[in-house]
Design a protein around this ligand. Structure first.
Ligand code: GLC
Length: 743
């Protein structure tokens, strides 16, 4: 009896014992020891990631046979433990599984979509959101998320701009690393942390014509100076994993791109983590006309250094044979497998493989919901506010008409990539308004959803507007109109929303338009019909409280645009840090103003569209506040910068309004001449300051010469001597430059 007890005690202990984290050397020794005891098939099994729902006999059999290294999409903690027991107790070497999920902007407490989090320009908020996501997801056994997505997105036709941090490499770098830090915490063996997965490596956002999965052509200087920096920043921040992108880069798919995955990621950057494919991206190389069949795809991916194969079955079906035929060295498989085992040790899974079911479903803490609401408030971008209509004093209005398809839509306010959303926990703007002043609110949805073209609801909407003193028009995009495979060629409001707004305009009442969408929209015409415009990238669970707090002045609109808003869809791709042209736009003549039989050169010869003019409707970095700020001319610690030195840039920012407010002070430079054509402007730093009315604060930045580096004509990276303009401003189009030179 004593013997049985001690065995039972031991097995219980192993279930709950949490050993101290191993040192890197101890982990390496454990990995190599385990590897030395594995068969080729067992090594390949660790490289196989499958999507699983439920503990079905077929899946249990694969796990028992050592054919699965990781599962994605199982979120029932009891099932997670059942599957894990099959691996830990029944497989020959008892190697635990990693459970993964797309936790993109929250697990249950849904934060704004990443593009909305980018609009906060607030790394602390982004880090906190990721921490909350890891804590909630960890409570059901998820230990690996496929986030942050740091693809630079310059084309709003591309639906996945919603998941990105926008068009600027510096902003994406800072917020991407904050997300990595939030997910991974200080100790990745803590069950309430998740391995981050930096994706999609690389250039996915450069998809030709903004069409998802499309080819990309990215010259090396553009690749290194725009698309790669956020990935490098996340690698340097200690991201545990990377995910390859579906697209090819200049003809070589990322899933089999040895230059990308080995020469750059491992050798140049020193990344020591795991690289996973995107969903069946290895198999996709066949229709991409890059591989003749799945076997060739498996060989090319393995030899390029892609560690884990998500859902294409290429590795599990073909790698053993490829090793036996000599087309893939077993040492290669050892290396791929070691990266998987290393991650499992880092996650503490060998010591603590199970999720604590007694502490599962640990969601929606009040402080989490507060943080989500603050993120909404800080992501809200005030685009227009004529006559200071906002913030609203609801008491001063008799009736308020709340109209439109996005005023009361729990599902769609959450945005894309919310597999685990419980929409009953979402709070909508209408619910909050009805809670504040039920006697004032007249609500008309008017359109069934944002794509609805029917005008059947217009009469009631007109009536509501006519009976009200103020109209709140809630417009936008449904969640399904952005995200993966959801591209649009027309970036205007879908359905009959513009027509509905025109009808509301006839009421003569003041109109506030609140737009919730997954991308920057072309809404200039609509904005011209409104007195105030507030724009949010889908805000998540707490979109309602956040939006109403901003509308009523409980909170300020803290957002600044992380992407440029176009005047017309045809301007795509559109981004602020574009290269200079030899003929910058001047003397713009628009199509309706061109006289008949106008001569060939009568509209000038400069870079603008006859039917849209030039530049964005709302620029990168833009956002109004409920106060106003004045910027002094920037002062420089020196007007000459040495190649190994730095200068301090200072600017006095004054709150010239009557309310406290925060301002995102932005530092831009322009290199006036280079061995390659240089961008007209580049963000080099930013800082948020909160100032009381009348308060002046000196905001200072340190600008090292290294920050002026770029990939030069000879392929080397570094700054070049010459003259520079420098701005300290409230957005990418404001401010007066000062000059400095680099010796
Ligand atoms: C999807 C996406 C990727 C996601 C993965 C797993 O197709 O491209 O971002 O993480 O598959 O769901």
């Amino acid at each position: 009896m004593k013997q049985i007890l001690s065995l039972t005690a031991l097995s219980l202990l192993s279930l709950t014992a949490v050993a101290a984290p191993r040192s890197a050397a101890e982990t390496e020794a454990a990995v190599q020891d385990l590897l030395s005891r594995m068969t080729l098939e067992e090594k390949v099994g660790q490289l196989n990631q499958l999507s699983g729902y439920g503990a079905h006999p077929d899946m249990l059999g694969r796990i028992r046979a050592g054919e699965v290294g990781s599962l994605l999409n199982e979120t029932d903690p009891a099932v997670v433990n059942r599957l894990q027991r099959e691996a830990v107790r029944k497989s020959r070497l008892h190697i635990p599984l990693i459970f993964a999920r797309d936790v993109i902007h929250g697990y249950k407490t849904i934060f704004p979509i990443p593009l909305g989090q980018a609009a906060t320009w607030d790394a602390d908020l982004v880090r906190q959101g990721a921490r909350i996501a890891a804590d909630e997801a960890g409570s059901v056994g998820i230990r690996w998320t496929f986030s942050p997505m740091v693809d630079i997105s310059r084309d709003a036709r591309w639906g996945r701009i919603a998941e990105s941090f926008g068009e600027d490499p510096l902003l994406a770098s800072r917020l991407g690393t904050a997300m990595v830090e939030g997910y991974q915490g200080d100790d990745l063996s803590d069950p309430r942390t998740m391995a981050a997965c930096v994706k999609h490596f690389a250039c996915y956002g450069a998809a030709e014509a903004g069409l998802d999965y499309n080819t990309t052509w990215v010259p090396m200087p553009l690749l290194r100076d725009v698309y790669l920096p956020p990935f490098k920043a996340c690698s340097d921040a200690g991201a545990a994993t990377f995910m390859v992108s579906f697209n090819d880069i200049n003809g070589v798919p990322s899933s089999a791109n040895r230059w990308l995955l080995k020469d750059l990621l491992r050798d140049e950057w020193g990344f020591g983590g795991l690289v996973v494919s995107d969903w069946s991206s290895t198999a996709m190389m066949v229709p991409q006309n890059y591989c003749a069949d799945l076997r060739e795809a498996a060989a090319k991916s393995a030899n390029a250094g892609m560690d884990m194969d998500m859902e294409s079955y290429a590795y599990i079906r073909h790698l053993p044979g490829l090793v036996r035929s000599g087309e893939v060295a077993e040492a290669t498989v050892d290396s791929l497998c070691a990266n998987v085992l290393r991650l499992k040790y880092r996650l503490g899974l060998f010591d603590n493989p199970y999720v604590d079911e007694k502490k599962a479903y640990d969601f929606y803490h009040p402080e989490s919901l507060d943080a989500a609401r603050r993120a909404v408030e800080r992501s809200a971008v005030l685009l227009k506010n004529d006559k200071g209509l906002l913030p609203l004093d609801l008491a001063s209005y008799g009736k308020v008409a709340v109209i439109g398809p996005m005023a009361d839509d729990r599902h769609n306010q959450a945005g894309t990539w919310v597999f685990d959303l419980e929409k009953e926990h979402c709070v909508t703007p209408l619910e909050v308004l009805n809670g504040l002043a039920p006697e004032k609110i007249i609500y008309q949805r008017a359109l069934k959803h944002t794509r609805d073209r029917s005008e059947a609801g217009f009469a009631d909407a007109r009536k509501a507007a006519g009976a009200a003193d103020l109209v709140l028009f809630f417009a936008g995009e449904e969640a399904v109109l952005s995200g993966e495979a959801h591209c649009r060629t027309d970036l205007t409001l879908p359905g009959a929303q513009k027509e509905l707004l025109r009808e509301l305009r006839k009421s003569g009442k003041p109109i506030v338009m609140v737009v919730q969408a997954g991308r920057p929209l072309v809404i200039g015409d609509e904005a011209d019909l409104c007195d105030a415009v507030l724009f949010l990238f889908h805000g998540g669970t707490m979109a309602g409280p956040g939006i109403v707090n901003v509308l009523t002045g409980v909170a300020e609109p803290g957002g600044r645009l992380p992407v440029s808003f176009a005047r017309a869809s045809g301007q795509m791709p559109l981004y602020y840090n574009r290269k200079g042209t030899g003929r910058p736009a001047s003397g713009i003549v628009l199509i309706d103003d061109i006289p008949e039989e106008a001569s060939q050169t009568s509209t000038g010869c400069t870079a603008f569209y006859l039917d849209a003019g030039d530049g964005p409707r709302y620029p990168f970095g833009y956002g109004l506040t409920y106060t106003s700020f004045d910027y002094s001319e920037p002062s420089l610690s020196a007007d000459t910068l040495s190649a190994d030195g730095s200068i301090t840039v200072s600017c006095n920012v004054t709150n010239t309004g009557s309310r406290e407010g925060s301002e995102v002070v932005q530092l831009y430079v322009r290199d006036l001449a280079g061995s390659l054509v240089r961008p007209v402007k580049e963000l080099k730093d930013f800082s948020r300051v909160t100032l009381a009315p009348g308060e002046t604060r000196t905001v200072s930045f340190t600008l090292p010469a290294t920050a002026l580096s770029f990939t030069r004509a000879d392929g080397t990276f570094g700054p070049e001597p010459g003259e520079f303009n420098l701005w300290v401003a409230s957005d990418s189009q404001s401010g007066t430059p000062v000059k400095f030179s680099l010796k």
